[in-house]
Design a protein around this ligand. Structure first.
Ligand SMILES: [Zn+2]
Length: 490
């Protein structure tokens, strides 16, 4: 009897193993097979200098800023003059409109009036350098230094690198006599780092008032990462097909104020503290679904080792994989609506019980969740009806998910593979907000991708110290936009 049971278990195990192996090796690649793009002659020194000059203008956005303060306005003006001088064909042949205080909208008329236009986006503003960190920069952040094969400075990566790479590509196409089939819009906002309301949103409203619909929108976003995903040897280019929503809520607890010598059973701070502890403890579940599922299914066949086996067999290993993936903070954030306790306030004297205590919790919502589902989650988890829960102004819902089956996505995929051979292309979920979120009304195909190569150690440069881009990578970025516009016109 025991022998029979043992035999049965053995057969079951063999079957299971066989299924896992078959599933692992039979899941086909979703990568487009393409021929690398022909080399493009670029005067890389001259191009690098033009970007370096742009980095010297302190087009800084500061939180809470509603209008451009002097001297920022002057810096934007100087940047615009530099663009006009550096790209004479663009200046001569494209229409330029200024929107809001300093945003730019260029129009390059296409030959086919029936074809939906394309929009390439980038932003002109940069974040400030954090106080007392300037001395940690290897090169000063606003000097536009080119050294050791890198262009150094605030904005080299985010986002003047993309902005100037787009301009270089368009100038080059104009010089070759190229005429696009679709009208090309170039939209360069000036307040992305604060909210994009006066810039990108105003451009979107302007185009909407002209009844414009767009074939696709490409804005800054996810990167070409190297060595970040275990089990994947090739660089991975992630195309952001959606971005998370932003939902801050305040929790307010009230109690009878009084002297601390005779405290009641429940205090405002105690109730609020308990509610916050529960919210941190009982998070939204981590799930491999939606964009995250699409990403892992696309990458799995390109991997090797245990990770390939696990990710190719989510039907079996899903709980283990979810648990493992959630340990990485960045992956965790793609698997769930995150909960972050960010502000708390209550009481101002050590012997007085405050009548009120409040806290702010910032959620970043996955597509599928909304401010309503977050509010429900909070009420269920804190289980205390006396605490007032309210949404803060300025919240936004997650963006719609752009389909990867579209011609626009496939064109982007193809272009990346042509310019960055051996790079794996997959859809991804953008964790931060970009200007392109204001364009959902104009197009269903909105992509967030920067052709910037980054290793783990580079990620801290983003909005951080020693921001830089290699000259070699910058040349690839120019080639990428050049090739994308050529491919789009086919
Ligand atoms: Zn940016």
């Amino acid at each position: 009897m025991i022998k029979r049971l043992f035999l049965f278990l053995l057969v079951a195990l063999i079957c299971l193993t066989a299924t896992v192996v078959i599933k692992t090796v039979s899941t086909g690649s979703r990568q487009l097979q393409v021929t690398p793009a022909a080399p493009l002659a670029i005067d890389e020194n001259a191009a690098a200098q033009r970007l370096a000059t742009a980095l010297r203008f302190k087009t800084i956005s500061r939180q809470g800023q509603t209008d451009l303060p002097e001297p920022s306005a002057g810096e934007f003006k100087k940047l615009h003059q530099h663009i006009d001088q550096a790209f004479p064909l663009i200046h001569a042949k494209l229409t330029r409109e200024t929107v809001g205080a300093a945003s730019l909208l260029y129009t390059w008329q296409g030959s086919d009036p029936q074809a939906l236009p394309v929009m390439l986006m980038a932003h002109q503003d940069v974040v400030p350098v954090a106080p007392d960190t300037e001395q940690n920069w290897q090169q000063p952040p606003f000097d536009g230094v080119i050294r050791d094969g890198f262009i150094w400075g605030r904005g080299s990566w985010d986002d003047k690198g993309n902005l100037f790479a787009v301009l270089e590509a368009v100038e080059k196409l104009l010089a070759s006599g190229f005429q696009p089939r679709q009208t090309i819009y170039l939209a360069f906002g000036h307040d992305e780092e604060v909210n994009g309301i006066q810039g990108a949103k105003a451009i979107a409203s302007l185009l909407q008032s002209r009844a414009v619909k767009l074939d696709y929108v490409l804005d800054e976003g996810m990167l070409i990462t190297e060595g970040i995903l275990k089990g994947l040897d090739q660089p991975a280019a992630l195309i952001g097909v959606a971005e998370k929503g932003y939902a801050s809520f305040t929790l307010n607890a009230t109690a009878t104020p009084g002297h601390s010598s005779m405290p009641p059973e429940k205090t405002a701070i105690g109730m609020l503290g308990a509610a916050l502890a529960r919210l941190e403890e009982q998070q939204f579940p981590a799930q491999i679904r939606g964009v995250a599922l699409d990403m892992f299914e696309t990458i799995a066949p390109e991997m090797h080792g245990l990770n390939r086996v696990l990710l190719s067999n989510l039907w079996l290993f899903r709980p283990v994989v979810q648990q493992q993936l959630a340990k990485s903070q960045s992956v965790n954030a793609t698997l769930r609506t995150t909960t972050a306790l960010t502000m708390v306030h209550g009481g101002d004297k050590d012997n007085v019980l405050p009548g009120t205590a409040d806290a702010t919790v910032n959620f970043r919502t996955l597509p599928g969740d909304t401010q309503t589902t977050v509010a429900q989650h909070i009420r269920t988890v804190i289980a205390n009806d006396t605490i007032k829960v309210s949404a803060m102004p300025g919240n936004s819902e997650p963006s719609p998910v752009s389909p990867t089956t579209s011609a626009a996505y496939q064109n982007l995929h193809k272009t990346i593979r042509e310019v960055f051979p051996n790079t794996i292309v997959a859809p991804g979920l953008m964790l931060g907000a970009t200007d392109s979120r204001h364009f959902s009304v104009l197009s269903h195909h909105i992509f967030k991708f920067s052709p910037v190569r980054a290793k783990s150690e580079d990620l801290a440069r983003f909005h951080g110290t020693n921001e830089r881009i290699s000259v070699q990578n910058y040349v690839e970025m120019i080639r990428f936009y050049h090739q994308l516009l050529l491919n789009s016109s086919k």
